[in-house]
Design a protein around this ligand. Sequence first.
Ligand SMILES: [Zn+2]
Length: 471
Amino acid sequence: MQTLIQSVLALQNGHLQSLDVLLDGQYIHTVAPAGTLSASPDCQTIQAISGQDKLLLPGFVNGHTHSSQVWQRGLIPQLPLELWLANVFESTPRQLEQFYWGAVSTAVDTLLSGGTCLLDHAYLIPGQELETIDALVRGYKAVGIRAVIAPLIQDLPFASGFPAGCLLSQAASPRSAAQLLALMETIIAEFHDPDQSIYIGLGPTGFHRCSDQLLQGCADLSQQYQLCYHMHLLETRAQQRLAQERYGISAVQHLHNLGCLGSRTSLAHGVWINNQDIDLLATCSTTLVHNPVSNLRLGSGLAPILQCVQAGLNVSFGCDGAASNDAQNLLEAIKLGTILHTVTDSDYEHWLTPEQAIVMATIGGAKGVNLSDRTGAITAGMEADLVLYNLNHPSLLPRTNPLQLLVLGRPTEVVEAVWIRGRQIVDQGRVLTVDTHTLHRALRQHPANSEAAQTHHHLVEAHYRQVMLRS
Ligand SMILES: [Zn+2]
């Protein structure tokens, strides 16, 4: 089956151009100047699509989210990460069905805000780890999105994630590093399935709640199976202080010493990395995933994104989970991540342009999930992960610079069509693969535990106030 998108605006080499784009099966077959392509006559099935008044971009990658947090949207009060997290753990869903619908909901929101791929740093139901992954895989396959599932694992107790955490009571971690690594081997063997667009990644929570043994073991598995290695990094000032307390050197240097940094590694946040960290990460070809909405919601700070870009560090965008974003809109994350950093540098020549932001969200995103050989560009031979935007939608009018308006404006309902590996998943703004009414009914039928919106962790809160606010 071939699809020919004719005379469509697309971003090529930093400029908008009018192109013909021919898809053949799961691949982009040919990209040529507008008006020069027609479907090959021997092809029995051809779909021709007019690109008039349309913009075609590679699909964005949501480089960091936690799909089950869909159920905690609008639930957790405004608190700093360390206190917010106590609430999140308490109200995490416990039913497999909720994980299935969380995946479906996250995938649908991703598609309808320009994404074709996401990285789910996935919570697991204790004792039902394989069943949880199975529910997520079923959800992503039902939608047809490209999904990297990196199960969240940790082997240190909750309190260890705080500076001076030894002053808090420590509940033992239920699983050792060796047990968690064995679990990951099982998950990889059972669920890693690139032919179905499902990829397993290694996802230790972050240095703050993981032993060196676990961090290193994950790096070994990433190397052995050539899988994405993903974790949180220096999201908050408390984590920066913890790294100094525990290692006496920066967390980035420590991860480098353990062999955890490489081109398959992507790190979420990096709000508190310093200039030496940035240079080291760039040298290691590692990716930083910028989550501006979540960083503001939790008061974590502004990641030094302009310095990262200037140092040649690959940066992509993420929404982070819906408990710290309250939505899953990639266009919103990209807009905020583009304009936020003007306040940090008065030299306007350093500011991010909309074209740069699109490259970060597409090619940068694909690299961050270890899939840049397959997706992220409109180039012959790449797999066809494409999004077609309707430039006649009122939120994209008047026709000034469509790309600038898409990034800096407030586009709503502008995604007209989406293809993933050549398969059309969205048409005329409607998801073809799942019934969104059923999804919405499921979301209505599982009210979240609103009691969890209270801060129950008074001990943790007192400790946090003592350590972070009074010293
Ligand atoms: Zn996160």
